[in-house]
Design a protein around this ligand. Structure first.
Ligand code: CA
Length: 228
């Protein structure tokens, strides 16, 4: 699957050369020249990784990082620190950045960091054969599920929906995402309401209290988010 990278950097020269380089490596690149636009694109495009400069107009990199993490967005972030200052790195990592690269950096260095992060996230999500949260255990290979001692009767579709939302743990999965991924992009006969009713069924089975779900949260007007 093509990976998408969002680069938030106000120095147009750097931004454009990074965009060209990453595109030539086969990534889809989104570019923003200030923190406000960056934050907006992060939400809209849901990139697989964000390269985030610190000194930015509108919102600085720390603020962008902080806001994303506060909203539960866990997209990996590589920060570009201006100087080789310890405080930059520490603050960035405390705010939830995954890594940092100090300017001036070589493209090879940045690519290596990007690839390392993708490797780590792929290891986490690639072979999701089983998963457990709370008192629920899921086996995605055998299509078996248990809650406590009780066997859960999940449909294949429900397994697929659960797997998909768990693979995107911490991120908001929109109804559109579900339709594209589970039902296929050209399927026009399925509506948002279908997604909602399947989610309701899944909640009935996995949540202790379906009226107060703790694992599949509703994100008003957007979709759902898995926490577990
Ligand atoms: Ca800058």
């Amino acid at each position: 699957m093509t990976k998408e990278i969002l680069i938030i950097e106000d120095e147009t020269g750097i931004l454009m050369s990074l965009k060209d380089e990453f595109e030539s490596q086969g990534y889809v690149v989104h570019a923003a020249e200030d923190g406000g636009m960056g934050l907006q694109l992060a939400k809209e495009k849901k990139p697989d990784l964000i390269i985030l400069d610190i000194m930015l107009p509108v919102l600085d990199g720390y603020e962008v990082c902080k806001r994303l993490r506060m909203e539960g967005d866990r997209t990996p972030i590589i920060m570009l620190t201006v100087k080789d200052k310890e405080v930059d790195k520490v603050l960035g990592l405390e705010l939830g950045a995954d890594d940092y690269v100090t300017k001036p950096f070589s493209f090879a260095e940045l690519t290596a960091r990007v690839k390392a992060i993708f490797r780590r996230t792929e290891e986490l999500t690639k072979d999701l054969t089983e998963y457990s949260f709370g008192d629920v255990e899921l086996d995605f290979e055998k299509y078996e599920a248990k809650k406590g001692d009780k066997r859960l009767d999940l449909t294949t579709l429900e397994f697929h929906m659960l797997k998909y939302i768990i693979q995107n743990k911490g991120k908001v999965v929109s109804r559109d995402d579900f339709l594209d991924r589970i039902w296929g992009e050209d399927n026009v006969s399925v509506s948002f309401r279908t997604v909602d009713s399947h989610i309701a069924n899944i909640r009935k089975k996995i949540e202790n209290d379906q009226a107060d779900p703790k694992h599949i949260l509703s994100i008003r007007g957007v979709g759902y988010k898995f926490v577990g």
